[in-house]
Ligand binder design. Structure first.
Ligand SMILES: C[S@@+](CC[C@H](N)C(=O)[O-])C[C@H]1O[C@@H](n2cnc3c(N)ncnc32)[C@H](O)[C@@H]1O
Length: 257
């Protein structure tokens, strides 16, 4: 059965962003994180090649387009994959980009940078773990790994369902892990399961797959207001930039697997 991302057109996410008091700051905060990633990426000698796992419409590949020569995008939702193809062609025509909908069709190679942005929070826990391992495996030794996802704060529960209510407002409710998993296994379009991770568990998960952390960057402070209002100092998202372990003495870029 073809996969359908449960938030077609990112309506639920867009509604959440538009409900905060300063939506421009939302984008600006992610840009700040991407600037850090760009600085790290510049330190890798060109030509640089990227794998964007769970690419959506290719937003992140596009944002790095001037620093890379080629990108493979993995996006299992066929409609989103088609949009990614068109979006990259229109906005970064210089890039040699391929969009794949099935993991096994990806070329047998490793990459200078692997992106896994805002994907694992929508998956079953075991699938999230597998996808992190798969993505890290595709990062070349010495290459960069970028993970961004939703961050748990102490007074929020870890499993949520987000949707748009009857009056057109963004709404999110805490649920049990069991209900979250049922929702992921049997998706309902318009209801987006969102898991929040602790910083410690993410750091541990990355270390377990050979990623050494270079930067841990919480972003999207919840005091931005609107639907997110919470104590200052709490963050909705977190990004981790890491480097794939490079065994001593191995200096090759080794893109062939
Ligand atoms: C919230 S979007 C993030 C898109 C993009 N990475 C970004 O940051 O803008 C999550 C994407 O992950 C994709 N996805 C869901 N399950 C996946 C899986 N098992 N492997 C790869 N991608 C997946 C969805 O189809 C969706 O496009």
């Amino acid at each position: 059965m073809p996969y359908n991302y449960p938030d077609p057109g990112d309506r639920v996410t867009a509604k959440m962003i538009s409900s905060i008091s300063d939506p421009d700051r939302w984008d600006a905060e992610e840009q700040r994180i991407l600037s850090s990633l760009r600085s790290e990426l510049r330190q890798i000698e060109p030509p640089r090649v990227v794998l964007d796992v769970g690419a959506g419409i290719g937003r992140l590949t596009r944002a790095l387009g001037d620093l890379i020569i080629a990108a493979d995008l993995l996006e299992p939702d066929l409609a989103r994959a088609r949009r990614a193809k068109d979006f990259i062609k229109a906005t970064a025509p210089q890039l040699s980009a391929n969009v794949y909908t099935v993991e096994s069709e990806l070329p047998e190679q490793t990459y200078d940078l692997v992106l896994l942005s805002h994907v694992i929070q929508h998956l079953l826990p075991r699938e999230a773990q597998r996808l992190v391992a798969f993505s890290a495996d595709r990062c070349r030794p010495g290459g960069l790994f970028y993970l961004a996802t939703t961050l748990a704060s102490p007074d929020r529960s870890n499993w949520r369902l987000a949707s748009i209510d009857e009056s057109g407002h963004w709404t999110e409710r805490a649920v049990s892990e069991d209900l979250f998993s049922k929702q992921v296994a049997k998706p309902v379009l318009g209801t987006l399961p969102v898991r929040e991770f602790s910083q410690v568990e993410l750091a541990r998960a990355l270390r377990a797959v050979g990623i050494e952390l270079l930067a841990v960057l919480p972003f999207h402070e919840t005091s931005l207001g609107g639907a997110l209002t919470e104590a200052p100092g709490a963050f909705r998202d977190i990004a981790m930039i890491g480097r794939k372990h490079q065994p001593q003495g191995s200096r090759s870029r080794g893109r062939e697997r």
